[in-house]
Design a protein around this ligand. Structure first.
Ligand SMILES: [Zn+2]
Length: 506
């Protein structure tokens, strides 16, 4: 009877494996199944003599591939932990929860050692003490005893966590297949997917290179985005600047350039320079089935966030912007939206990313730290430092998330510089603002992910950022899109008044 049972179990398991793996490595899979059916009889013998628990399944399969049941594993991080390691661990936990419905807990390495542990980064466990030198983009992922060791060069610790779930394993009844998991330390090269299908755009409003330097001289260990594979600059001038009507961009034209791929006039939100409604990248993503989100520490009607939601000829039409935002929320054409989030920026970033990426969903998200600009307008150095540090925290999480979701691109930049911040030449610790306003100083652009090399070491016009993100959702050339009727996904059944924006012009 027991024999029969385990035979049934065995067949069921193989079916399960076949289904879950057929898309990935079907040829490899079919050969191992043949293998297993040859040895089936001896295998069933073994498992029937086993004390029967649900572990039956793993011993049955053992012939096919080596397995690991990670239930009961703990995730261990160093007590003194950098942001990348901490967030790599959190992303591992989320991935395991999302793909296997198993809840793992994270502990620091000052707790007594357990037999079964994931060791993230430089923990004090023996297995973490490796001597393989790692170069940029390299990581270690191996199993020694019952420990799974995950380490990486700089931010690439998350590559080990991501690949553990994405590459070396697949789901089969909560038990992982670790056949290809190295059993000794060997440096692995991380590679993003050849094509990206998700984009994370992070905008530090008013954040110039000098703002980052000032934060680094005042409590910020390292601005995480500096270790991204591509580092360049973005040119922020708006159409108003090009026309000679303004000396610098505002956040509306800056946000719109990135959200639509069009240079436009200052104050315009989601309109081209002629006042036409232009579909933004978030709407494009939505129309192509992706989940979308907008998060900001500014008010949600602020110029930057509303450039990704609204269409209006003035950023100051707060009520109209709010009405459009309400419509988007009511019609459920956005999956996560949060304004004025303050110090909760990091938590909203985590929650939004896990919500919009659930079950492998495609997504677009814009995350803004809006207070760097506001502090800089009042020449408040401490405020600017504080908000760059707060932004960096969210960036560190997004970077680990991106490494765990290698079909994602992450871009960190600013819409413009604010305050003409300067670093004193003779006193490198001294910084001073030279303006109360925005400037035309080029802003830093950091990018991580497939195809982002185009931004490396170059100055790029801000519109190219929107175009790059949009390519995740459509092959149509973005930034040349025909102006849309002011419909958009806001209210598909009842198009808004075509000349709604014009009405507000007196
Ligand atoms: Zn400003």
């Amino acid at each position: 009877m027991k024999k029969l049972l385990s035979l049934i179990l065995c067949i069921a398991l193989m079916l399960c494996m076949l289904i879950s793996c057929s898309s990935d490595n079907a040829p490899e899979q079919s050969s191992s199944i043949e293998e297993s059916s040859n040895e089936e009889s001896s295998d069933t013998e073994e498992s029937s003599s086993d004390e029967s628990t649900s572990e039956d399944s793993s011993s049955v399969e053992e012939e096919v591939h080596e397995h690991l049941d990670i239930t009961g594993y703990t995730v261990v991080i160093p007590t003194e932990c950098d942001l990348s390691t901490k967030y790599a661990a959190e992303n591992l936990v989320n991935l395991v929860k999302d793909t296997l419905s198993i809840e793992l807990s994270i502990v620091t390495d000052d707790v007594p050692e357990a037999e079964r542990e994931f060791l993230i980064g430089e923990t004090n466990r023996e297995e973490s003490k490796t001597d393989t030198p790692l170069a940029d983009k390299q990581y270690l992922l191996f199993k020694e005893n019952e420990k799974i060791v995950m380490k990486g060069y700089g931010i690439y610790v998350g590559a080990a966590c991501g690949d553990f779930i994405n590459k070396f394993t697949y789901e089969c009844g909560g038990v992982l297949d670790i056949q290809d998991l190295p059993s000794a330390e060997v440096a692995l090269d991380f590679e993003f997917a050849t094509e990206y299908k998700n984009a994370i755009l992070m905008i530090g409003d008013g954040m110039g290179e000098t703002h980052i330097k000032m934060a680094e001289k005042n409590g910020l260990d390292a601005f995480v985005a500096r270790s991204f594979s591509s580092v360049g600059e973005s040119v922020t001038r708006s159409q108003s600047v090009l026309n000679g009507e303004a000396s610098y961009t505002d956040s509306a034209a800056g946000g719109t350039a990135m959200s639509t791929g069009y240079k436009t006039l200052n104050k315009y939100v989601g309109l081209d320079k002629n006042g036409n409604f232009i579909r933004n990248v978030r709407e494009l993503a939505y129309l192509n089935g992706a989940k979308t989100a907008v998060i900001t520490t500014d008010v949600i009607t602020g110029a930057t966030p509303s450039s990704f939601i609204c269409h209006n000829n003035s950023r100051e039409n707060t009520e109209q912007l709010q009405a459009q935002i309400n419509e988007v929320i009511a019609s459920q054409t956005i999956d996560y939206i949060a304004g004025d989030v303050g110090d909760e920026l990091i938590n909203h970033t985590k929650t939004a990313l896990s919500k919009i990426s659930e079950n492998g969903s495609q997504f677009f998200i814009m995350i803004e730290e809006g207070q760097i600009d506001k502090a800089s307008h009042s020449k408040d150095k401490n405020g600017a430092i504080k908000y760059v540090i707060r932004f960096n925290d969210a960036i560190a999480y997004a970077a680990q998330f991106t490494l765990c979701h290698p079909d994602t691109v992450l871009i960190v930049t600013a819409d413009h510089e604010t305050g003409g911040l300067e670093q004193a030449k003779k006193l490198p610790n001294y910084f001073y603002f030279t303006s109360w306003e925005h400037t035309n100083v080029d802003v830093p652009l950091f990018a991580l992910g497939s195809g982002t090399e185009i931004f490396n070491d170059v100055k790029t016009e801000n519109i190219n950022i929107g175009k790059f993100c949009a390519a995740a959702y459509s092959d149509d050339p973005f930034g040349q899109q025909t102006p849309v009727e002011p419909v958009n996904p806001i209210e598909p059944t009842e198009p808004a008044e075509p000349d709604e924006p014009a009405e507000t012009v007196e």
